[in-house]
Design a protein around this ligand. Structure first.
Ligand SMILES: [Fe+2]
Length: 422
């Protein structure tokens, strides 16, 4: 990250004395701010999710992904290690791999002029390097070593792969911190992973609104009538919201109540009382982790969510697509040693989530309402974030926006907006 750069005008003066309790609507729609976010956050000192190791088991296997708007390839090397390189030829900038995933064999070759790279991104050769009959080709002093692919730093934690454009970024575990590692390894506990399925959807709202949504337990007990009606999630359940020391990461958890139908809905209307589910397995979790938590949502800065709702487990990656849109990529996963009953549950309960999920369908619509509503708002107008007070601390209830305030505290640190007003 370039810490010496003087912030643009667009980066200053937009936050009021109210600090993170007022998020300026400009940060969701201003192109200059968006460009700075890409540079400082996604291409800066952050660890970004790029996939699961189980997606690339064999040497030469690759999976294409994005960090910010830059395309990267997560690759399994011949020695079993991992590399992450930018999916752009060092010659003329062509996209190297077009398929979402595949096997590159022992080398990556550009389809345009066949410049060829090792699985680590080193340039090894190209056609007509010495020309023909001594004419043409590359000058003999052309430095092959200086023209490899852009390589990223890569780390894997129990099968989950992260990469960073900053080779000096702190180690992944340090970046996450001990509290977040504890909840991360509650799910990713070292057991072999398997992919259950994928979903991808484009949602026309700023990427930060998606992150806010998963840090917003307040909405979940109001917007999601499916959850409320069938007792899966209500705001009075035993719960915990944990914000890490950096304030950018968080996890929220609830334990399913035992007395369904007796929860305090806080005046929220529920579906008609005579509504019932034909398939109760849809909402019956089989406890699989060493606690009674039936919903946990971990959000890691900047843009990855780890969801465990009943037995549907997924990573949700938020890929920015300009200030007003993003792609949400769901990777549903389970464990290699899942028994047949668990395999069935993971598929059945996956209906709760995803682009057409009984629950998350609501989110995509509400988030687009947000972007439409705030678009064109004059400078000075801001979102009000005072539910649960004004701080960014952990707590044992769900009627709070403290996780979102924490996200913006971290965001402001990185964007050069300072900490004023907390
Ligand atoms: Fe939601």
């Amino acid at each position: 990250m370039d810490g010496t750069q003087t912030p643009d005008k667009s980066e200053t003066d937009i936050w009021s004395e109210a600090g993170t309790t007022r998020v300026p609507f400009q940060v969701y729609q201003d192109a200059d701010i968006y460009a700075q976010e890409l540079k400082r956050i996604f291409y800066g000192s952050s660890w970004n999710y790029v996939g699961l190791e189980c997606e690339i088991p064999e040497p030469g296997d690759y999976r294409r992904n994005f960090i910010g708007e830059r395309e990267v390839l997560m690759i399994r090397k011949d020695d079993g290690g991992l590399s992450v390189v930018e999916n752009r030829c060092a010659h003329r900038g062509a996209q190297l791999c077009q398929a979402l995933s595949g096997n590159a064999g022992s080398a990556i070759m550009c389809p345009y002029h066949q410049w060829t790279y090792t699985l680590d991104g080193e340039l090894t050769g190209m056609p007509f390097k010495r020309g023909i009959n001594g004419k043409g080709g590359l000058n003999p002093d052309f430095d092959m070593k200086a023209h490899g692919l852009v390589t990223l730093r890569v780390e894997s934690l129990n099968g989950v792969v992260f990469a960073s454009f900053d080779h000096d970024v702190p180690e992944l575990k340090e970046y996450l911190g001990p509290d977040m590692v504890k909840y991360f390894t509650r799910i990713f506990n070292g057991r072999g992973l398997r992919v259950v399925g994928y979903e991808r959807q484009v949602i026309d709202c700023n990427w930060k609104l998606q992150m806010e949504n998963l840090k917003d337990p307040y909405h979940a007990g109001i917007l999601h009538l499916f959850l409320i009606s069938f007792g899966l999630f209500r705001l009075d359940q035993e719960s915990k919201c944990l914000v890490d020391d950096s304030k950018g990461h968080s996890v929220l958890m609830t334990a399913k109540g035992t007395e369904e139908g007796k929860e305090d809905t806080g005046g929220v209307r529920i579906a008609a009382p005579d509504f019932s589910l034909t398939d109760h397995e849809l909402i019956q979790p089989r406890l699989e982790f060493p606690d009674n938590v039936t919903l946990s949502i971990q959000t890691l800065f900047p843009s990855i969510i780890i969801q465990a709702q009943c037995n549907t487990l997924a990573t949700r990656q938020v890929i920015p697509k300009g200030p007003g849109s993003h792609e949400l990529v769901w990777t549903f996963f389970g464990f290699e040693d899942d028994d047949d009953e668990m395999k069935d549950l993971r598929l059945r309960q996956a209906n709760l989530m995803g682009s057409a999920g009984y629950v998350t369908l609501d989110d995509a619509e509400a988030l687009e309402f947000s972007q439409v509503g705030l678009s064109g708002s004059p400078a000075g107008e801001a979102a009000v974030l005072e539910i649960g007070g004004t701080d960014c601390e952990s707590n044992d209830h769900l009627v709070t926006e403290s996780l979102i305030r924490g996200f913006y505290m971290r965001y402001r640190d990185i964007m050069g907006h300072g900490k004023a007003g907390a």
